[in-house]
Design a protein around this ligand. Sequence first.
Ligand SMILES: [Zn+2]
Length: 185
Amino acid sequence: MIDRFPSLAYFSAMAKLPIITLPDPLLRKPSAPIERVDDDLRRLMDDMLETMYAAPGVGLAAVQVGVPRRLVVLDVTGDEEEKQPIFLVNPVIVEHGSEMRLHEEGCLSIPDVRIEIERPAQVTVRYIDRDGKARELVARDLLATAVQHEIDHLDGKLIIDFLSRLKRDIVVRKFKKQAKAEPAD
Ligand SMILES: [Zn+2]
C-alpha cells in the first residue's frame, strides 16, 4: 500500500526486490502458510522492508515480490518519526470494530491507481512475529487499513475488486495493454 513520500534507505545491507504488477497472475494466487520462521525468512523480511521503504509504501505482501507465502511487512510512521517496522507471519484478523474508515488506497502492484475504500477502522490481528512467537496486534486507523489491504493480497484479493466490474475491467485492460507495449527484458 502506498501512503508516503520517499524516505531514506533503511539499511544498506538489505537488497531491493522487484515488485510484480498487474496483470501478473501471481497476484491472484492465494499465498501458502509459513511453517518456520528462520534466518532465510528474516532475510526476506528485511529485503521486503527495504523494497517497501524505497518504493515508497507503507505495506508490502511477500506475493508482491513473487513469493506467495503468508508474510506481510508494514510501517505507517511518517518520514519525521522513528521507523516502526512490523512483520506479520500467517496473519489472521480475529476481530474488527463496527466503526468504518474511508481511505484512498494505492497499491505498489497497481501503479498510479487510487481507490476510495471503506474498511473497519480497528482490527485485531493474530500472527507470528520475527522471532517465531505468537502475538496479537490491535491496529487502528491507517495501520488498520494497511493490515487489511495486505492480508487481502495473501488471499489474492486486490483493491480493484472493490470497484464495479465495469470499472475493474477498464483498469485491467489498461495494464494488459501497457504490459504488451513494454519490450520484454
Ligand atoms: Zn497492495
